[in-house]
Unconditional design. Structure first.
Length: 364
């Protein structure tokens, strides 16, 4: 039995379908991230789980308990679901001490003094704030306030903790640090977590599984490596990291490889090979996807097999640990990451190679 289960969940706002009949299962102790661009439905899905939005269709179960169902006329309020939530805004009360902020949920539940002290102290120690328990929230840094919000969400042992873009207000360095801390805490305590973000790095670093959404529909569910290395379609490939997407038609398949023809403005079409293409039909429109780090750039004609593309340098940008090079190939600007310094001039002819099994044949 899944710990959190969504069946055909649907939510509308007027004529707009924000969440369109999605199915999702989250196992106990799992960290699952809902990832997608603004307006994709990820936050609405989270709010439906929390009880902050009433679904227009489908069922929601938490630990086997039906908490929302349109057909069965069931709807439990947020306080009846025993969930913790960490918001984008810290929502830390400035007139209370750190201890009182975290203990608030236990006091509302009318727990005894001894239990309040024990659980609040433990939660503060878990997030590394035991030494500032008596300090007022106005004296805390942004990162410390976010830790207070996290401790407050876990102090009463909720069934699930929901995170609504909790790191987006932090600066870049602190955000990276909090990613690691959140991931450590989640696995240490075994909290079942559903996390919402538009930040691909957060999703890849922290998650057991990633749910990529677009226009209210789930595009792909998988572990971070699968989502990045084997995207289900062109949207996922382009949203997760950076991908060069070349449109063409499927000529046919040989074994695990697809033969693709890519028309180019002003020159002969490319004939390239890529993995996948199982669901595509010969002659049908497909998209070849290849990551910048999987392409080798050379200044002289290469020897050996693999896919070969000729182009001309548009510009290069030094980014410290690699050189980002933009190359014009027909109507496309392809990005390549070079891990060694290469003296390249604008307009210079270059040769791009990549192995077929490092490219994917995708549909839209």
């Amino acid at each position: 039995m899944s710990f959190v289960e969504l069946q055909q969940l649907t939510k509308r706002f007027g004529e707009e379908v924000a969440v369109n009949s999605i199915d999702l299962r989250v196992e106990q102790g799992e960290f699952v991230t809902l990832l997608g661009p603004s307006g994709c439905g990820k936050t609405t899905t989270l709010r439906c789980i929390a009880g902050l939005e009433r679904p227009d269709g489908g069922d929601i179960r938490i630990e086997g308990e039906l908490v929302a169902s349109v057909d069965k006329n069931v709807y439990l309020s947020p306080e009846q679901r025993n969930l913790g939530m960490v918001f984008q805004s810290y929502a830390v009360w400035p007139h209370m001490t750190v201890f009182d902020n975290v203990a608030y949920g236990l006091r509302v539940r009318r727990r005894g003094r001894a239990e309040i002290k024990e659980k609040t102290t433990r939660a503060l120690e878990l997030v590394g704030l035991g030494h500032v328990a008596d300090r007022y929230a106005t004296k805390l840094s942004g990162g410390q306030r976010q830790r207070v919000a996290l401790a407050r969400a876990i102090v009463y042992n909720p069934r699930v903790v929901l995170f609504d873009e909790p790191l987006s207000n932090l600066d870049a360095k602190l955000r990276e640090q909090m990613r690691v801390e959140l991931s450590r805490l989640q696995h240490e305590v075994g909290i079942t977590s559903v996390y919402v973000t538009h930040d691909q790095a957060e999703a890849l670093v922290m998650s057991d599984r990633v749910v990529v959404m677009n226009k209210g529909v789930i595009q792909q569910i998988g572990d971070p490596h699968t989502i990045y290395a084997r995207p289900a379609n062109a949207f996922v490939a382009n949203f997760i990291g950076v991908a060069n997407l070349l449109e063409g038609k499927l000529l046919g398949r040989s074994g695990e490889m697809a033969d693709i023809e890519i028309p180019l403005d002003g020159s002969s079409p490319l004939r390239l090979k890529a993995a996948g293409g199982d669901g595509a039909k010969a002659g049908g429109r497909v998209i070849l996807s290849v990551r910048p780090e999987d392409i080798t750039l050379q200044t002289s004609p290469p020897q050996g097999g693999g896919n070969l593309i000729e182009g001309r340098v548009i510009e290069t940008v030094y980014l410290g640990n690699f050189l980002d090079c933009q190359v014009q190939v027909g109507q496309y600007e392809m990005g390549i990451q070079i891990d060694h310094f290469e003296q390249l001039s604008k307009g210079q002819k270059v040769y791009l190679t990549f192995q077929p099994d490092h490219a994917l044949c995708l549909t839209e």
